[in-house]
Write a protein that binds this ligand. Sequence first.
Ligand code: B12
Ligand code: SF4
Length: 446
Amino acid sequence: MKILLINPPRSPENNILKFAPSEAKRFIHKKLIGPPLGLLTIASAVKDQEVTVFDCKGEYDLHPETPSLKILIKSLLEKYHPDLVGVTVITSEFDFAIDIFQTVKEFNPDIFTVAGGLHATLCPMDFAGHPVDVVIPGQGSHIFREVVRKSEEHGDFATIPGIYLNGPDGLIKTKGTPAVWDSAGENFLMPDRSHLKRWIDTYKVGGNPDPSTYIFTSLGCPYKCTFCSIWTQFKGRYYQRTIESLILELKSIDEYPVVRFSDANTVVDEQFILDLFTRIEEERIHKTFVMDIRADVAVRRPDIIHKLAKGGLKVVICGFESFRDEELKRYHKESPASDNQEAVRIFEQNGIMVRGNYVIPTNYDLDDFKALAEYSDRNRVVYAGYTVLTPMPGTIYYNQVKDQIVDTCYRKYNFFNAVTKTKLPYNEFHARVGSLWLIKKGTDVI
Ligand code: B12
Ligand code: SF4
């Protein structure tokens, strides 16, 4: 069977960038670069089939003159003549995923279409009424394999539990519960990066001349921040990879000197990370590592930060979120604002560059912006990011504010656009957020 797996392009919606003062524009984050890990895992699950992975983000980075999505997808269909097209979907790319399915069905209605990924997990019913044959929620590589098998046999998909089937009566969930599948543990599938050769030169970040790749050491998160869709995607559960599977993966990616751990938080099981870095040292694996680490963890365990720095940790992304304890409490962050300053000191002492991220509620007025700017100025990090507190569908925060949502265009759900009513005039709110990006330690390189 010929399978085409597509990573949709990025949403171009970025009102922070649009309304920011011109001197701030060059500092504002424009795109995140990295491989579609989920699709690579899915590709591994059906490697006995004829599989092509196509990264539209990589393609538009490689050749910015690439024609519109519709023309691009049509050319892929003409080239590969797939029997099945699968698309990975996050909220801000939902519209593009639907455009892809539409183009596929216009080209040939017999091509089987499958949606998966985070948005398919949290909001499967959003796909109702769209040209998608099957929606597979969750860590679904084994289910995808089952769907491919059934499709080859012209079997009955209704016998596969826990998927959503499009039929004459709309999108209907099949009966039963899918078999337990531990994607991080015994059922881990090595993402097949051989599919990415074409775009490897585009996977470069922060001015580093070497390609970087994402690797997950864990899935899910033990915390429960109200605005976050990572823990909801995993229903609050947390899964850890084994150290030896990580060593194997790290040894298999010589072409990627930079490794960005894609975990929600890389340091959760403290003994695990210490043991992993002991093994990395024993195996003489030399990489530049980038991780997400919480401020409270750095403050509590500076010894771990020291060990990670010795093992190659060079950049840490730290979710500061807010400068007010009252807001952090409301978000269920479980880390006081005072930890941020101490964490920055610990990271910098170890030669680690910090990127601190704040989320800005849309009800901020001029005094709030002034107070945040003062705090941020006192806690300067090399690079700071300021994004909009966004009610991602499927989160607690979404349920808290769904009546206040004024913009339902999913392309704007990428943290760079206000979708709930702003207290300041709309353009001014974004301009103020944009101005904050100027507060950092005087570098535009990360
Ligand atoms: C790697 C990553 C990326 C990569 C690759 C994503 C891609 N598809 O291109 C890159 C760097 C490109 C990226 C970009 C962005 N990302 Co991102 N990213 C992640 C990250 C860190 C890890 C995801 C991952 O690889 N997990 C491991 C894999 C194995 O799991 P998975 O992707 O869920 O895949 C499994 C299942 O979902 C399923 N599956 C997935 N796809 C498919 C497809 C089919 C057909 C099937 C059947 C199954 C299936 O099977 C897979 C294997 O089990 C998560 C945060 C996190 N820790 O989870 C954020 C995250 C997914 N990203 C997020 C966002 C918002 C973005 C950006 C919009 C950020 C921004 N403002 O710029 C951008 C989008 C593009 C842009 N503007 O530049 C949000 C999504 C929130 C939401 N509700 O939509 C997350 C959750 C981060 C967060 N803080 O909230 N991202
Ligand atoms: S914001 Fe970070 S700590 Fe909070 S639930 Fe999400 S991933 Fe976990």
